[in-house]
Design a protein around this ligand. Structure first.
Ligand code: IPM
Ligand code: MN
Length: 354
């Protein structure tokens, strides 16, 4: 099969981690005789520096032509510390999500047996925890009307959702739950927010169409607590853009490191696969960042974009093997910490040897 991939390394550790994922992708392509074609595009601060736009049209066209996009990370402290900056790297990521119609962000939260002791939670709480957070990605407060008034002294961001936006994400979430343990938790703040009341209303209307799935409703503050207290109770969780952003960073902690969680963003056009973590600028260029979240994102790319589950599985097995071996970066290492590039090499060689 021909695999046509756009690679957007982005900022900070982005280039290093996407390089390791690419090594794994190359190893898989070779092993399963797929023809791999890939091309790089610029995004984020790097693109602002080069062309003044964090998601240039050229990059967008590259994504549209590709069968999948492998994305690193976006963000640069030069902009974080300057609230007056007119263009920001993050706008590139948001523009990409919007223009590619990536309304669903799928973030699986899985624990690794060999890492259970790294979790800040007790082993018995996290052992076997396995859930998926489905985050709405192109609506809500990220994209609603925003601005300043009163000479800049009042600022507002609007949280807007339409019935259509809610229906399509809930439908996808129900389909996911149907393939898993058949439990869907709809997370909102319907006791306070009107937009959340619409979410709940739509969910209550849809639930009877999925009689084999247990629908549960939970306020986001309570969900934040339950993720930590009873992570095993969740199967599929669906929520709006910002709640999903926050809850998945929180959820990553139970697995032992933010450097482990991959994601898939799917929707209307080409799907994008990216780690859930940011650009970790302090580590950029140091060859110390954990590449596993990006490598697992490549596994999701095989499964979701190419419908090649065996190829995805071999990457997952390779990652599990590197962890069982303790051949990992400093965030999760017990003894000797390995370099980013060494972990990428180890994983791709493991794949080649199978
Ligand atoms: C994420 C990130 C982004 C988000 C930022 C970089 C805009 O935190 O993908 O979770 O908030 O969506
Ligand atoms: Mn985030």
């Amino acid at each position: 099969m021909k695999l046509k991939i756009a690679i957007l390394p982005g900022d900070g550790i982005g280039p290093e981690i996407t390089e390791q994922a690419l090594k794994a992708v190359k190893a898989v392509a070779k092993k399963f005789n797929h023809e791999l074609e890939y091309e790089y595009g610029v995004t984020g601060a790097a693109a602002i520096d080069q062309v003044g736009d964090p998601y240039p049209e050229e990059t967008h066209q590259l994504c549209l032509k590709a069968d999948a996009v492998l994305f690193g990370a976006i963000g640069d402290p030069r902009f974080d510390n300057n609230p007056k900056a007119k263009v920001r790297p993050e706008q590139g990521l948001l523009a990409m999500r919007k223009k590619l119609g990536l309304y669903a962000n799928i973030r699986p939260v899985e624990t690794f047996e060999s890492l259970l002791h790294k979790s800040p939670l007790r082993r018995e709480l996290v052992e076997g925890a396995n859930f998926v957070c489905i985050r709405e990605l192109t609506g809500g407060i990220y994209f609603g009307e925003k601005g300043r008034k009163d000479d800049g002294n009042t600022a507002y961001d609007t949280n807007t959702y339409t019935r259509e936006e809610i229906e399509r994400i809930l439908k996808l979430a129900y389909e996911f739950a149907g393939k898993r343990r058949k439990k869907l938790t709809v997370v909102d703040k319907a006791n306070v927010l009107e937009s959340s009341r619409l979410w709940r209303e739509v969910a209550q209307e849809m639930a009877p169409q999925f009689p084999d799935i247990q629908t549960e409703y939970m306020f986001v503050d309570n969900a934040a607590m339950q993720i930590i207290q009873w992570p095993k109770n969740f199967d599929v969780m669906v929520t709006e853009n910002m709640f999903g952003d926050i809850l998945t960073d929180e959820a990553s902690v139970i697995t032992g490191s933010l450097g482990l969680l991959p994601s898939a963003s799917i929707g209307v056009f080409t799907s994008v696969f990216e780690p859930i973590h940011g650009s970790y600028p302090q580590a950029a260029g140091k060859d110390i960042a954990n590449p596993i979240a990006t490598i697992l994102s490549a596994a999701m790319m095989f499964e979701y974009a190419f419908n090649l589950p065996e190829e995805g599985k071999i990457i997952r097995d390779a990652v599990a093997a590197s962890m069982a071996e303790g051949f990992v970066t400093e965030d999760i290492a017990e003894g000797q910490a390995q370099r980013t590039s060494a972990v990428g090499d180890w994983i791709s060689h493991w794949i080649e040897k199978q």
